[in-house]
Design a protein around this ligand. Structure first.
Ligand code: AVJ
Length: 327
C-alpha cells in the first residue's frame, strides 16, 4: 500500500485499487453501464452477504446447507470413490461452513486428504488457516490466497495427488451461461483425468420464490448493491448520492437469468477520481447476474466441458443441486 497513483491532484488511489478504478471507469463508460459483482465483497459487503444468508427469502444457502448436513456420508463416499489420497480444493471458501461438514466426516473416516481453500480475500485465508486446526483437530490445511486458476496451478505444483474441487453456493451463477461454460472448460484444463468436481448450482423454480430471494423485505439485497457505490465513494474518491439510485431486481423464467440493476432516479453527474460520469433519469447500471439452471442443463454443461456427471444431490424441495463431475 506504499505505492500510490495520483488521480486528481489532491486524491490518491492505492496500488491495489488501480484495477478496481480501471474496471469501474470502463464499466460506467460502457453502453449499457455495468459494474462487476466481484467488487461487492469488501469488509462491509461480506457482512451484508452474511446478513443476506440469514434472510428468510434467501433460500440457496439453506438448501445447500441441508444437502451438506443430510447427505454428508453419501457425498463424501462419492468423492472418496475416486481413490484414497487426494487434495480437497475449495474455490471461494469463505468461512467454510458448508465444507466443514465434509471435512469433519472425512477426518472421522481417517481419509488421507489435505484441504486447500482458495480465496481472493487474504483475510478469509488467514482466518481459515488459524481457526480450522482448532475446530477440526488433525486437519491438514494449506490456504491459498489469489485468483482461482493461478492458485489451481500452484496446487498442482505443490502435490501430484488426485484433486477434488469444491465450487459451492451457485457462485457459477454469477457468470452468464457462455462464460460459465468457458469457466468450466478452463477448470477442466487445470485438472487431470480422474479428478473430481463438486459443484453447487441453483435450480429454476417458482419465479416468485427466486425474485423474492433478490428482493428481500428487509432491504438487505438493496443495501448489498448500494454498498458497491459506497465502496466506490470511499476507495475511489467518488461522490455517488446513493439515495438517487434504486435497486431493481428481475427474473426471467425463460432464460433462468436473475439480474439486478441500479436505476438512476434523476439526471445526475458523478465524479469518480478525475472522470465525470453522466446518468440520465431511468438509466440503469447492470450490477449482477445469478443464473438459475435446469437439472438437464447442469448435465449438459458438464458434458460440453469435458466432464462426466456421476452424482446428484438435492435438498428435499429440489431447489438446489450439488453435482459430482469426473474429469
Ligand atoms: C454468492 C453469488 C451465489 O448470486 O445468489 C445474493 C450473491 N447476490 N444476493 C447469488 C447474491 C444477491 C449470491 N452468490
Amino acid at each position: 500500500n506504499h505505492v500510490v497513483t495520483q488521480v486528481p491532484a489532491n486524491c490518491t488511489i492505492s496500488q491495489e485499487n488501480r484495477q478496481f478504478y480501471a474496471d469501474v471507469i470502463a464499466g460506467l463508460q460502457s453502453e449499457p453501464k455495468h459494474l462487476d459483482s466481484k467488487y461487492f465483497y469488501d469488509a462491509n459487503g461480506d457482512k451484508l452477504f452474511q446478513e443476506l444468508m440469514n434472510c428468510p427469502e434467501y433460500y440457496p444457502t439453506n438448501c445447500e446447507l441441508e444437502i451438506f448436513s443430510e447427505k454428508t456420508a453419501e457425498i463424501c463416499d462419492a468423492l472418496i470413490a475416486g481413490g484414497d489420497a487426494f487434495d480437497l480444493i475449495e474455490l471461494g471458501a469463505g468461512d467454510a461452513t458448508k465444507s466443514s461438514y465434509l471435512l469433519k466426516y472425512l477426518l472421522d473416516k481417517k481419509a488421507d486428504f489435505t484441504y486447500l481453500p482458495i480465496d481472493i480475500s487474504g483475510n478469509v485465508i488467514s482466518y481459515l488457516n488459524i481457526t480450522l486446526p482448532v475446530t477440526l483437530p488433525g486437519i491438514k490445511i494449506t490456504g491459498l490466497n489469489g485468483e482461482y486458476f493461478q492458485m489451481l496451478k500452484k496446487a498442482a505444483a505443490i502435490s501430484p495427488r488426485r484433486k477434488v474441487v469444491l465450487f459451492l453456493g451457485s457462485n457459477i451463477g454469477n457468470m452468464p451461461v457462455n462464460e460459465a461454460i468457458e469457466f468450466c472448460r478452463e477448470l477442466r484444463n487445470n485438472l487431470s483425468e480422474g479428478d473430481m468436481v463438486l459443484i453447487g448450482m441453483d435450480l429454476k423454480k417458482d419465479p416468485r420464490v427466486i425474485l423474492a430471494a433478490y428482493n428481500d423485505k428487509d432491504g438487505i439485497t438493496r443495501e448489498f448493491n448500494l454498498n458497491l457505490l459506497r465502496r466506490i465513494n470511499r476507495e475511489l474518491h467518488a461522490d455517488f448520492n446513493v439515495n438517487q439510485f434504486e435497486h431493481y431486481p428481475t427474473y426471467d423464467p425463460e432464460t433462468g437469468a436473475c439480474k439486478s440493476y441500479l436505476i438512476s432516479l434523476q439526471d445526475q453527474e458523478v465524479m469518480i477520481g478525475h472522470e465525470n460520469i453522466s446518468f440520465k433519469k431511468d438509466e440503469y447500471i447492470y450490477m449482477e447476474i445469478s443464473q438459475k439452471f435446469t437439472i438437464m442443463q447442469t448435465d449438459q454443461i458438464a458434458i460440453n466441458t469435458g466432464f462426466q456427471p456421476v452424482g446428484q444431490f438435492f435438498d428435499t424441495k429440489k431447489w438446489f443441486i450439488d453435482a459430482v463431475w469426473v474429469a
